[in-house]
Design a binder for this molecule. Sequence first.
Ligand code: DGL
Length: 258
Amino acid sequence: MSEIEKAIGVFDSGLGGISVLKELRRWMPKERYLYFGDSAFAPYGEKERDIITQRCLHICDKLVHIGVKAIVIACNTATSACVEELRKRYPQLPIVGMEPALKPAVEGKEHQQVIVMATHFTLKEKKFEHLMSRYRKQHCIYKLPTPKLVEIVEHDQLENTTLVEKTLQDYLAPYDLSHIDSIVLGCTHFVFFKEQIRHIVKDKVTLVDGNAGTSRHVKELLSEKNTLQKESGHAKVTILNSSDDPAYITLSEKLLYR
Ligand code: DGL
């Protein structure tokens, strides 16, 4: 198979990365995609760096063995744990990671009040500290770990509106939302809650996620390397999951096409 025809590998701790896959397909509808959800080991956000790194190396070995032309780490937590190790291990392969989209939330603006929702791991890591240190003097940034949202997605509870509303209300209760300018969805699972969050925060608060920026970046990289698919006949999505419960594949498809 030529480089152009190969799939783009996308992975996450579970099903959150499906929100990234959706956006990637909007930007590059002619591509093949190979998605790996690590639901048997989710959540990553509550685990140690070594364990997350081992899982990510294992998943990427698998994707590389099948044959992919790029890897998208559709997980902020995995990116902060081991993007450097992954790039070292596969120096020829474009590897695109994700970080909470704080930069687009504050850039060009003054004295913003921003809530960054992400996993415990992402928020305590050096990578995020470094990102925050660039903006914390001019802006007020609140770190908000929201692990229950990951569980809701993984346990197919997104349509349980009572649970979703209550969970979001509880997490956001300590903030005076009339003073918040934006909320960064710094975990790919959280993008599935956009409508419900919008409902709670109303129109004044901007919701920011990194999915479009990541997709645009992947497209630019492939274009530079001349490996963008030109014919739509090859378009396809293959979904794999580390859990042997087939419900995860069904749920992934439901999230992808909903
Ligand atoms: N979806 C992941 C992220 O973007 C992490 C969720 C988890 O496994 O804790 O950070």
